[in-house]
Design a protein around this ligand. Structure first.
Ligand code: XMP
Length: 310
């Protein structure tokens, strides 16, 4: 595939569609939304307003990291504090699809609905990729950015049109586009990170306390496996507890799963053979997180597992 031609074609198309209107898009901290942001700015410049929605589900230091990386490229990013809205919508929910639905509704109806009303934007630019569409249609997982393919007309439902310039690409293709756009490695070589963020890594209810636990474990895993060369690595908080001992006393503690996978496009994946010593180190650090007394390494390929747990 000629990615240079692809980029030129998408830029022309975005210019034609957006015209002299206003578009908005949200950065999630992952590669897809970062690439869409740069593509959109090349196409329409300041007529694309880029926001970072703090949904309370982000990794440690993520808003600052993203804002700085884009500031260095001359792209302003506005941070929107929607933490209370997302946490409120997720309270009490344990079913994976209900959690995904709550995030989708809060994102499209709540936060974006308000933004559209405030700014008069007519378009929402989205980093949807082919894998998201296929898995949603196959009923595997309702990826949070899928609307039209589920029969939802965003214009009717939310009052704006959704544009998806990456919808024909998979993850490897998105990385090629990032190269053509000359994006810094800190942005385009980042491991994938899902739109619903850490909510996809908490089995059971998403609460501030449980988010803090999975956020701390994520920081350990990302630091320890940064030089692994793996496609993706992550930490998951299970909804079960296990008996353990801390300071000579019984503790019914939390369980963290570590996942480190090789993949080309996230359609299929296999567990990486992380050196035993490294796994021990990760385990030691993770079981130092308050309340966590077990750390497991997930060997399951995709399929039958998926990458994320929710
Ligand atoms: P799954 O868990 O479906 O993930 O095997 C495939 C890849 O897509 C990334 N990703 C998402 N996963 N919901 C997800 O479950 C999303 O909205 C989403 N967005 C991206 C995921 O991290 C993995 O790389």
């Amino acid at each position: 595939m000629d990615y240079l031609a692809f980029v030129e074609q998408q830029i022309t198309q975005l210019r034609q569609t957006i015209g002299d209107g206003l578009a908005i898009n949200a950065l999630s901290g992952g590669v897809d939304s970062a690439v869409v942001t740069v593509l959109g700015h090349r196409a329409v410049g300041q007529r694309l307003k880029t926001v970072f929605i703090d949904n309370a589900l982000m990794r440690d230091g993520e808003p600052e990291r993203v804002e700085q990386a884009f500031a260095e490229m001359g792209i302003p990013v506005e941070r929107i504090d929607a933490r209370a809205q997302f946490l409120g919508a997720l309270a009490g929910l344990t079913d994976p699809e209900e959690k995904r639905q709550a995030i989708t509704d809060t994102f499209y109806k709540g936060v974006f609905g308000d933004l559209v009303r405030q700014t008069g934007a007519r378009f929402l630019l989205h980093g949807t990729i082919l894998t998201d569409i296929e898995e949603t249609i196959a009923g595997i997982k309702r990826q949070h950015n899928i609307l039209a393919q589920l029969g939802i007309d965003p214009e009717k439902a939310y009052g704006y049109q959704v544009l998806e310039p990456l919808a024909t690409l998979r993850k490897d293709g998105v990385r090629e586009v990032a190269k053509v756009l000359d994006m810094p490695p800190s942005l385009c070589r980042r491991i994938p990170f899902p739109g619903p963020a850490l909510a996809t890594r908490i089995v059971g209810e998403v609460t501030e306390e449980r988010l803090a636990t999975v956020r701390a474990a994520t920081a350990v895993v990302e630091e320890e496996l940064a030089d692994s060369g793996a496609f993706q690595y992550l930490a998951v908080l299970l909804n079960d507890c296990a008996t353990g001992i801390r300071d000579g006393k019984r503790e019914f503690g939390q369980i963290i799963v570590v996942r480190c996978i090789d993949s080309v496009d996230a359609r299929i994946a296999t567990a990486v053979e992380v050196p035993w010593e490294k796994l021990h180190r990760i385990c030691r650090r993770i079981t130092s997180i308050p309340g966590v007394n077990r750390c497991l390494y997930d060997l399951t390929p995709k399929p039958p597992a998926t990458v994320e747990y929710v």
